[in-house]
Ligand binder design. Structure first.
Ligand code: RIB
Ligand code: CA
Length: 309
């Protein structure tokens, strides 16, 4: 049995990533910790609890940090909808999280499965940074941390040079990227290249006809508009599910390079940039396995399999 712990700002793509993990044979999701990001943290808690219930899974869901370390929270509700799940009228309230703070849950769970647990982060890295500040030894207790965040090569989705998860809390990302934790970065460039769903592809997924298949597509209706109108894609993309696919099956990543990555936290214009040293021109020791190419075929196959009855 493989042990996973997932940190998420539960919105429409995060939810699909949760479905993939919760329904993957041989993987036990030991806990889900929620961070403020796409939506306020309490909405993220409700969205995660609803998704786990839909998967028929009992999994501890903990409320974590509500805001970035030093900055006010900038949500992605203009992208994913007010409730983060496409504003399609789902009953996303009234469920109770597991008592305890998400940061404490990260420290306790990772320590319990030391060096035999995969941490997957799908939102801003605030919870992870606070856990590392409280318990620096945590970095060595994670077998691997797969981060949906940053940009391996290409341009951003919040500014020309920054991806949302890193941009929201660059100070937290800096702490994590400098911590020595084993990191695999799956940037937004990978999603926009290999995980876009045009109407035909979206219909193919939905036509699997299960409640989960319909859920995974229907909650994307807001982000689909953002993709068409702002990020100029053929339809919605699924960055968190792509990162989860890499965590579940590393062969999904077809090109990965170990490179030095620095986080820009001081600049106004380049806030949240993941500065990837492709030429090793800084001479700095590489600290991240950067995924640059992926198998769309393997990704789609895993996603389809996860929503079948
Ligand atoms: O930039 C994409 C990332 O930001 C995804 O994790 C999405 O859910 C948002 O959190
Ligand atoms: Ca997310």
């Amino acid at each position: 049995m493989r042990h996973f712990i997932i940190d998420t700002d539960t919105a429409s793509d995060d939810a699909v990533a949760l479905v993939m993990a919760l329904r993957h044979p041989g993987v036990q999701v030991e806990a889900i910790t929620i961070v403020g990001g796409n939506v306020p943290v309490d909405q993220g808690v409700q969205n995660a609890l609803y998704t786990a219930e839909l998967c028929g899974q009992q999994v501890p869901v903990y409320r974590g940090m509500a805001a970035p370390l030093l900055r006010p929270l900038e949500t992605g509700q203009h992208v994913h909808g007010g409730d983060g799940m496409g504003d399609i009228g789902l009953p996303l309230s009234g469920r109770a999280p597991t008592p305890g703070h998400g940061v404490s849950a990260l420290i306790e769970t990772i320590s319990r499965f030391a060096r035999e647990i995969t941490l997957v982060t799908l939102g801003p890295l605030t919870n992870i940074a606070v856990a590392l500040l409280q318990e620096p030894s945590l970095a060595a207790k994670v077998e691997n941390c797969v981060v949906m965040g940053g940009i391996g090569q290409g341009y951003g989705n919040v500014t020309p040079v920054a991806e949302f998860n890193i941009w929201v809390d660059p100070e937290a990302a800096k702490i994590v990227f400098e911590s020595g934790m084993p990191l695999t970065m799956v940037g937004w460039d990978v999603s926009r290249t290999y995980a876009v769903f045009d109407p035909t592809e979206a219909a193919r997924l939905r036509r699997l006809g299960t409640p989960l298949a319909e859920f995974c597509v229907d909650i994307q209706q807001m982000v689909n508009q953002f993709a068409l109108n702002v990020t100029r894609l053929e339809g919605f993309d699924l960055p968190d599910p792509m990162a989860m696919a890499v965590a579940l099956n590393p062969t999904v990543a077809t090109t990965t390079k170990r490179l030095y990555v620095e986080i820009e936290a001081d600049s106004r214009a380049c806030r949240g940039q993941t500065i990837v040293d492709h030429l090793q021109i800084t001479g700095q020791e590489p600290n991240v396995n950067v995924v640059l190419e992926a198998s769309r075929e393997k990704f789609l196959s895993m996603l389809h399999q996860s929503v079948r009855e």
